[in-house]
Design a protein around this ligand. Structure first.
Ligand code: C5J
Length: 287
């Protein structure tokens, strides 16, 4: 068990049941000319979250623990974009309009991509979500179930919109959620501060928050205590069998172990299996 010095009290998690979720570190929210800026926001605040998010990514990757990225995106024909979302306010460019980084928030356009510093590594899952919450109209819930995840560590932008919405969705589904304080940002510093307070108020009504240094310290302490700091493909395969409820045949075991040892990522292997049809139903909107 890893024990993080967090607020409102220690956050404890079992690494084999934990994933990192990095919310919407997209060019459209962070770089000039994207959705965030077209809404009139000061995007300069976003930069502060990049380094700490990258540090968290490096930490999870080194351990071979699952990493999931999300992107707020819509289909080319906007059939998954409620008119109310597109028409809200008076932005200089609306979702689907052409901007300096391609069509705003449209899947496949340059602006919808994750910034290079936090780009997904091979094998990491990327969830395209039409909503602010990452569970709505996606297969995130099914993926987490398949991975046997019970605790989620959060990073990304923006704190009070997509990060908080997803944390609340996760909390309602029974996940223990920790938000790393420096790895999230808002266009409004006061909203970030208020969101961190809201999350941990009332005994952690939504979850926990902790500084990155506390998280890193907890991992180091746990690594020091655990029997091996080496990536252990055999134990990852055994865990994978347990999570997926399957038995890998003896002939295949060395192949699977070699693959997982080479990629240092058991989660990638688990996630390469096709999912059943358990995506939350998404309504289709007329463009
Ligand atoms: C917003 C997000 N703010 N990713 N999206 O519209 O938080």
């Amino acid at each position: 068990m890893v024990r993080v010095d967090a607020a409102p009290f220690a956050f404890e998690f079992e690494p084999e049941h934990t994933a990192l979720i990095v919310i919407d570190m997209q060019r459209d929210f962070i770089e000039p000319g994207g959705f965030g800026e077209t809404l009139g926001n000061d995007i300069s605040h976003m930069e502060r979250a990049i380094g700490p998010t990258r540090q968290l990514l490096d930490l999870f990757r080194k351990k071979g623990w699952p990493v999931i990225h999300t992107r707020e995106t819509h289909a080319e024909d906007l059939s998954d974009c409620p008119p109310a979302k597109r028409e809200r306010g008076t932005p200089s460019l609306r979702i689907g309009d052409s901007g300096p980084m391609g069509r705003i928030l449209i899947r496949g356009e340059p602006g919808a991509e994750i910034i290079s510093a936090c780009a997904p590594a091979p094998g990491e899952t990327v969830i395209d979500k039409p909503g602010k919450g990452a569970f709505y109209a996606t297969d995130l819930g099914a993926l987490l179930e398949r991975l046997g995840v019970r605790s989620l560590v959060f990073a990304g932008v923006t704190t009070e919109v997509c990060v908080q919405t997803t944390m609340r969705e996760a909390n309602d589904r029974g996940y223990e959620c920790l938000l790393i304080e420096e790895a999230t940002e808002s266009y409004f510093p006061e909203f970030k501060a208020a969101t961190l307070k809201m999350i941990r108020a009332q005994g952690g009504i939504v979850g926990w928050t902790a500084p990155l240094a506390s998280f890193e310290k907890a991992i180091s302490a746990w690594t020091g205590e655990s029997m091996s700091t080496e990536f252990d493909a055999k134990s990852h395969v055994a865990h994978m069998e347990k999570v997926m409820g399957l038995t890998i045949e003896e002939d295949w075991r060395p192949v699977v172990e070699a693959h997982i040892a080479a990629t240092q990522n058991a989660a990638e292997f688990v996630l390469s299996f096709p999912l059943e049809d358990d995506v939350e139903a998404a309504p289709v909107f007329e463009a």
